[in-house]
Each structure stands twice: as structure tokens, then as C-alpha cells.
Design a protein around this ligand. Structure first.
Ligand code: NAD
Length: 356
């Protein structure tokens, strides 16, 4: 297998550098000639360059067009804006694709589950339109809302705005159908809460139903998000592709990870018209960081998704098969899957299995 691809690698923080090194080992064993440019974001970049998302990191991704990144910590409630969200918005990576399939050798309650979450990645409550409680801006917003429509918000309320646009919906719906046709998926289930939020979720639902695109043979249905959640945990095999606005997509991705054996296994891609950034669904796992025990499989499978995106289909399949082989054998696994192997033990076993 040969390849000549430029890839920006952002190791991230927490377990990020550990799983990144593991993925790089496997990808280099699979495809020759990847030219890596390592750049930083998050706390590492802040310490070294005085900037959470340095321009040179964005520039490197714009040049290579493809990046793979480890997770980046977002301190809770600190006012620190999520670098993951900022990166997706800066590069307009509007579609997150997160396949959750049962892996051989990882027993789960439901046997074979094969789901794909397609999450709108730039709008909704994650767009970052925030008004802090008690701030002059929140006060102005309260006055304006009162004037506009007699809405009364409590003076001590913090406010997050939920924008969902026609254009933003249209492109994610088209993406979901294109993805489903290209990957021979059967049905798209859209999750929403349109009854409660008619102007945002309702718009998402209406545009998805009405948009005149070529839907091929792909079926389409919609479901209230709470109902969808209950059914997913009871009968996940009934579902196929899940199309979700940003916040629900974030939550349901983790639920789907739980259905197939945990966060350490689920890869992800953030795709836009121009750039693509691949990353696992899991976060920086501060509780296990620095100990070399994190499961690298989510990051390695994110690497396989990246290879497919780069046109290295054989390489991508080889990595996925090698992951199956190692999990099936069962002798080399990290502690989240009941084993005692290190992150690098797993990576080396997968790298060896790639070249039988
Ligand atoms: P998390 O995914 O980091 O961890 C949740 C639990 O899963 C922890 O017990 C952790 O040990 C376990 N876990 C996660 N990945 C694992 C792996 N590869 N192997 C073994 N166990 C694993 O979620 P969290 O604790 O809510 O978030 C921690 C930080 O990560 C937060 O700052 C959050 O904002 C950030 N985060 C970043 C991203 C990203 O960079 N894309 C995504 C999600 C969360």
C-alpha cells in the first residue's frame, strides 16, 4: 500500500498524545508516505504559544486540508470557549459522522448494532451565542425581548441562543442522504423536539421533509428525541442512520458508544466542503491521562476513516480488519475492555495485524 498525503496531527491533551502516538504507529504501518505536520491547540498551545487556537494550527489544516486530532479539554463553567467547537466553526466542518458498530470480541447486550450518527456541527445551542447572567449584554437582551414580544426573562438568567437555519439544515440533510446512498444505508431517522421548539427544531424537521433532493432508495422518518432515546436503548438494531441537530447529536453519540462497548471504540469525522478533521468521540479522559492505559481504538479507527477519505480504501479496510482481529483474539486489550494491556501494546498488536 502506498500513499503520499499531507496530514496535520493535533495530539490534544489528557490522553490525546497517548492515543495519537498509537494511531500514528498504526497508520504508518499501513500506508507509506504520510507527511505529518504536528500542530497544537488547547492548553498545550496556550502554554507554548500563548493562544488556545493558534493561527499556524489553522493554517496547517488549511494547507493539508486533512487533519487528525486527539481530544482537547474544555474546563467546565470557566468561560473558556471550547476549542473543539471553535475549530469546527472556523473550518466550517458542518457534518460530524460517527459510526457505532459492534466489534467482534466485544460482547454487548444487543449483539450486532450498526448505527451512524450524523450530527449538524456548527449551529444550535453550540453556536456560542451566550449572554452571562447579570452582564450588561444580558440586560440589553432582556429589554429587547420585552420590547419585541413581551418575553420576560428573569434578571438573574444566563441565556444561550439556539439558532438553526434553513441553509445550515439543507446542507446537513443533503450530506446525510449523500452519505447514506454512498454507503448503502437503509433509513435516516431524524431526531427533534419540534413540538416544544417549533422555530428551531421545527425548522430542522420541516426543511428535512420538504427539501427536494435525490433521496435514492433511502427511507426517511422522524422521531421526538426523547422517544428516540428510549427506543435506541431498547431496540438499537431497528435504527440505521440518525440525523441530529448539534446538541442531541453530541449526547446520542455517547449513547451509541455505550451500546457497542464504550467511548474507547467510537471514531468520528468532522467534514466540511473544504476540510476534514478526524477525531475520536471520546474526550481527554483526565481520570486516566498520563498512565498509558487509554484505549487507542477510537483514535485508530478515526485514522481508518481518514485513510478512506484520502482515497486509501484498502488501507482503511486493513486497519479495520486488524482492529477486529486483535479484539477477536482478546489477549491484548486495555482495561476499559477488561484487559490489562497498555495503549501502545494495543497499537503494536494492531500494527502487526495490519501486515499479516
Ligand atoms: P471523556 O470522554 O473524556 O471520559 C468519559 C469516561 O470515559 C471517563 O471515565 C474516561 O476515562 C473514559 N474514556 C474516555 N475515553 C477513553 C479511552 N480512549 N479509553 C478508556 N477510557 C476512556 O469525557 P469527559 O470526562 O466528559 O470529558 C473530559 C474532557 O474532554 C472535557 O474537558 C471535555 O470537554 C473534553 N472533550 C473533548 C472532546 C474533543 O476533544 N473532541 C470530546 C468530548 C469531551
Amino acid at each position: 500500500m502506498t500513499g503520499r498525503h499531507r496530514v496535520t496531527l493535533i495530539p490534544g491533551d489528557g490522553i490525546g498524545p497517548e492515543v495519537s502516538a498509537a494511531a500514528r504507529l498504526v497508520l504508518e504501518a499501513t500506508v507509506s508516505g504520510i507527511r505529518w505536520t504536528e500542530r497544537h491547540a488547547g492548553s498545550v498551545a496556550l502554554a507554548e504559544q500563548g493562544d488556545l487556537l493558534p493561527e499556524e494550527t489553522l493554517e496547517a489544516i488549511r494547507e493539508s486540508r486533512v487533519a487528525i486530532k486527539g481530544p482537547i479539554t474544555t474546563p467546565v463553567g470557566s468561560g473558556f470557549r471550547s476549542i473543539n467547537v471553535a475549530l469546527r466553526q472556523e473550518l466550517d466542518l458542518f457534518a460530524a459522522v460517527r459510526p457505532a458498530r459492534s466489534l467482534s470480541g466485544v460482547p454487548t447486550r444487543y449483539g450486532t448494532v450498526d448505527l451512524v450518527v450524523i450530527r449538524e456541527n456548527t449551529e444550535d445551542l453550540y453556536q456560542g451565542v451566550e449572554f452571562a447572567a447579570g452582564s450588561p449584554q444580558a440586560e440589553t437582551l432582556r429589554d429587547e425581548l420585552r420590547r419585541l414580544a413581551d418575553f420576560e426573562i428573569r434578571p438573574d438568567a444566563g441565556v444561550t441562543v439556539k439558532p438553526i437555519s434553513v441553509a445550515g439544515t439543507r446542507r446537513i440533510v443533503r450530506f446525510a442522504f449523500e452519505y447514506s446512498k454512498a454507503n448503502r444505508r437503509r433509513t435516516i431517522t431524524l431526531g427533534h423536539k419540534a413540538g416544544i421548539m417549533p422555530t428551531s427544531d421545527g425548522l430542522f424537521l420541516r426543511i428535512s421533509r420538504e427539501d427536494g433532493i435525490d433521496r435514492g432508495d433511502v427511507g426517511f422518518e422522524d422521531m421526538q428525541i426523547d422517544h428516540l432515546t428510549a427506543r435506541l436503548v431498547r431496540e438499537p438494531r431497528r435504527f440505521d442512520v440518525l440525523l441530529l441537530p448539534n446538541l442531541y447529536g453530541d449526547i446520542i453519540s455517547d449513547l451509541c458508544a455505550g451500546l457497542v462497548g464504550g467511548l474507547g471504540l467510537i471514531p468520528g469525522a468532522n467534514i466540511g466542503w473544504e476540510y476534514a478533521v478526524f477525531e475520536p468521540v471520546h474526550g481527554s479522559a483526565p481520570d486516566i491521562a498520563g498512565r498509558g492505559v487509554a484505549n487507542p481504538i477510537a483514535m485508530i479507527l478515526s485514522g481508518a476513516m481518514m485513510l478512506r477519505h484520502l482515497g486509501e480504501k484498502d488501507g482503511a479496510s486493513a486497519v479495520e480488519r486488524a482492529v477486529d482481529t486483535v479484539l477477536d483474539r482478546g489477549d491484548v486489550r486495555t482495561q476499559d475492555l477488561g484487559g490489562s494491556s497498555s495503549t501502545m501494546d494495543v497499537a503494536e498488536a494492531i500494527a502487526t495485524a495490519v501486515r499479516p
